[in-house]
Design a protein. Structure first.
Length: 121
């Protein structure tokens, strides 16, 4: 081997060796920023999620969204003051979409699940 080739091999070995070693006194790299952990679900939230899962597991694919939609349904009780037809239609609109198709029959089951879970208080 020529001197030039030996020099290149040695240089390459030194570069590679420098990349693979760490100094014992080196500071650890800071952890990358992460998203905040999701908030723990309350007992009422867990109850409504469980009740909705029994109707259709797709309704709870995104648990935070299921809880938010359930809260909206609870709020609709005052808005529609006992008009079950309007409440059922609201539930249908609130939960329909994505991977879940909600007709009036399923909306009635969702409404019963939300009410039965005690979520609305």
């Amino acid at each position: 081997m020529s001197m030039k080739k030996i020099g290149l091999v040695v240089a390459a070995a030194l570069v590679l060796a420098g990349c693979s070693t760490t100094s014992p006194s080196a500071e650890p790299e800071p952890a990358p920023a992460t998203l905040a952990a999701p908030a723990a679900k309350t007992g009422a939230e867990q109850a409504v999620i469980g009740a909705l899962e029994k109707v259709d597991a797709g309704l709870t694919k995104n648990a935070d969204r299921a809880v938010r939609r359930s809260k909206n349904v609870c709020d609709s009780f005052a808005r529609y003051e006992g008009d079950e037809t309007k409440i059922v239609d609201y539930v249908r609109q609130e939960f329909d979409g994505g991977t879940v198709s909600v007709d009036a029959g399923k909306a009635v089951k969702i409404l019963a699940a939300i009410r039965g879970s005690g979520f609305c208080g």
